[in-house]
Write a new protein. Structure first.
Length: 652
């Protein structure tokens, strides 16, 4: 499938002229070098990119599916993000520029950030926390979130950030799975003028988590909270009595820097484990290749630190690179729909990285909002989280980038740690809707069900043939699930769970998930997780959740429920169930629609035919009654009695 010439956007000449990689030839050469000897390639990046307390020996130990990188080496992520920048002029450079939802402003230089991280790290050491312990971070988008992550990293405490939009129930399951001893939180967060009761959620979760010894609480809004003596500690008091200088622990390369929970195909979220040295090496390399970062840049990634994008491209990547990273606390449309454009103009943002869902909502609001602000500082635009539709790409290019800024459509996952497919903006021509080419050192392929490469233009599954430094090291406490989820379908290759095709120019077009994971506004959600939440409701007997294409959010959630005995299918119950899911999981998981039905279509082996329901919500409107659904199911059952869903409908 080749594209018309008008669909190709070559790197703008003046962008390429000043870019680190400024031509396709230079880029092909780099990819060639990586391909010829990946281990030597990554070893050189690791040596040049990171500070090592002790140099590594063996580059890669690969016993599929378990990889270890840079063995024998000792380093520290917090040291690489902070201390390295203190010896030269960068010590007084802004590390974090923060703006609160209520327009409050704070700037932390590298020196100041280093001081605060050291204080908190010393306070945690004084409480007895050591390398190998686990901490949950449940904080809003405030600089303290970065301080907390870097303080944990400094002493080798593995952190797990839980998105502040998650419920107390979601928080509890993560604390329990991780066996965390420590929680770092705040009184409240701010969201669209409301105060989100974070500490209250922590209190509820901790009723079931006796293993947590301390909750350290930062006063952000100063709203009322309960403090439990002996367990809860005031952040301010703790750091006031702590020494500022805290030496960074010399940690082995493979030390687990963080665990981040993400949705899988079952009801239980997966704890994706990331390493220290491999993770940081590749995240840092992609800051250069993809964002073409310069020291004088103001860089803004609009993600939340609760997602992997926030970890890699608000905190670890930019800070390891010595960049100025902008952090904004609130919603894009608060108090007005032009908040993002106002921030870009105010802080003279050069590199802007956001999601297709955000872009589509801007399109809906109209061009007057961005037109009212000076966006001339922008040099480069990025997109992440879901496929970007070509029309949204063009709008982004024209209305935000003024046809001057290249766009990097970056494909990656929580599991991959860093961007793997993306144009290199000074070297690779973009095509709207394509993440273009694999970055250096990445061997991607599109295969059929048997693992054979498919011809160009044909749809298949995206797999990765070689290990990469920032790949996940496993799922916390569950090596079998790690093996099963990612490595069992094509032994020796990593299965991404995404469908894709490659065009005649070798460009990759990622189409979306092929499993029971849906993507709502770039947030990954397991349909099983929603179903488990629904069947916890006293009136629900069975539930099936599916995604429906949504113009704004990419996908929206539709759920089918059967009710228990005497429960009546009323609009009130439907509303209650929507609110229930939002409370049990998170607001983004609130179903768009609840359908109460008399039966769910099932295979003879009893599996709910989600694919059938998916087709139903996609291709035709389901009316208020249940007959359509039942008839559809019965018809299908009659014609294919005895076969399983996969056989009937093909596994995508
Ligand atoms: C970074 C992140 C991962 C899933 C992934 C895809 C989808 C992400 C793109 C994309 C097409 C993109 N991590 N996805 N980026 N699809 N083009 N540029 O999103 O773990 O939360 O989600 O998101 O399906 O497998 S994630």
């Amino acid at each position: 499938m080749s594209s018309a010439a008008s669909d190709v956007f070559p790197p703008p000449k003046d962008f390429a002229a000043h870019a680190a990689i400024g031509s396709r030839a230079a880029y092909d050469e780099l990819r060639q070098v990586a391909l010829a000897d990946p281990e030597a390639f990554w070893a050189a990046r690791a040596r040049a990119g990171l500070h090592w307390f002790k140099p590594f020996g063996k580059v890669l130990d690969w016993k599929p599916p378990f990889a270890q990188w840079f063995l024998g080496g000792e380093t520290n992520a917090s040291f690489n993000c902070l201390d390295r920048h203190l010896t030269g002029w960068r010590r007084n450079k802004a590390a974090i520029v923060w703006e609160g939802e209520n327009f409050e402003q704070r700037t932390l230089t590298y020196l100041e950030l280093h001081r605060r991280v050291g204080q908190l790290a010393n306070a945690l050491l004084a409480l007895g926390y050591r390398a190998g312990d686990r901490a949950i971070i449940y904080l809003p988008m405030i600089p303290e979130a970065a301080v907390a992550m870097l303080a944990c990293a400094r002493i080798g405490v593995t952190h797990s950030v839980v998105f502040a939009g998650f419920s107390s129930e979601a928080l509890r399951t993560r604390i329990e799975d991780l066996g965390a001893q420590l929680v770092l939180t705040a009184d409240y967060g701010r969201r669209r003028g409301r105060e989100v009761p974070l500490k209250k959620n922590v209190d509820e979760a901790l009723e079931h988590c006796p293993g947590v010894r301390h909750a350290v609480v930062y006063r952000h809004t100063n709203g009322p909270i309960a403090m439990r003596a002996g367990r809860d500690l005031e952040w301010a008091e703790l750091v006031a009595s702590a020494q500022p200088g805290c030496p960074a622990a010399h940690l082995p390369s493979e030390h687990p820097l963080f665990v981040l929970y993400t949705s899988g195909t079952t009801g239980k979220p997966k704890g994706v484990v990331h390493s220290t040295a491999g993770y940081l090496t590749q995240v840092l390399a992609t800051m250069e290749w993809v964002f073409d970062l310069r020291d004088e840049d103001v860089y803004w990634c609009t993600a939340d630190i609760g997602w992997v994008t926030g970890h890699s491209y608000i905190i670890y990547g930019p800070l390891a690179a010595g960049a100025t990273t902008l952090m904004y606390e609130g919603a894009p449309d608060w108090p007005r729909p032009d908040r993002f454009w106002e921030l870009i103009a105010k802080y003279r943002v050069n590199v802007f990285y956001t999601s297709p869902t955000a872009i589509r909502s801007f399109i809906r609001q109209g061009e007057a909002y961005p037109a009212g602000h000076d966006l001339s500082s922008l040099r480069l635009l990025g997109s992440v989280g879901e496929p970007i539709n070509p029309s949204a790409w063009r709008w982004y290019h024209r209305v935000i980038g003024h046809e001057r800024c290249p766009i990097v459509d970056t494909w990656w996952q929580t599991e991959t740690g860093a961007i793997l497919l993306s144009p290199v903006p000074g070297a690779v021509a973009a095509k709207p809707g394509s993440a273009t080419l694999p970055l250096p050192g990445i061997v991607a392929e599109i295969v059929d069900a048997k693992g054979e490469p498919v011809p160009d233009g044909q749809q298949g599954y995206l797999v990765l043939r070689k290990p990469w430094p920032s790949m996940l090291r496993g799922l916390y406490g569950d090596p079998e699930r790690y093996q099963e989820n990612y490595w069992s379908r094509y032994p020796g290759s990593y299965f991404t769970g995404d469908a894709a095709h490659r065009d005649a120019d070798g460009y990759y077009w990622v189409l979306g998930r092929v499993d029971d994971v849906i993507n709502i506004s770039g947030h990954r959600l397991s349909t099983m997780e929603v179903e488990s939440a629904l069947v916890r409701h006293p009136q629900v007997a069975e539930a099936a959740a599916v995604g429906r294409p949504d113009e704004l959010k990419g996908q929206s959630l539709v759920v089918f429920c059967t009710l228990k005995g005497d429960a009546a299918a009323t609009p009130e119950l439907s509303e209650e169930l929507r609110a229930w899911v939002a409370r049990e999981i998170a607001a983004f998981a609130r179903p768009e629609e609840v359908r109460m039905v008399e039966a769910l279509p099932k295979t003879r082996s009893g599996k709910i035919m989600r694919r059938l329901l998916r087709e139903l919500v996609t291709t035709r409107e389901v009316k208020g009654d249940t007959t359509t659904l039942e008839d559809y199911a019965v018809l299908l059952k009659l014609s294919v009695e005895g076969k399983d869903e996969e056989e009937i409908l093909g596994k995508n």
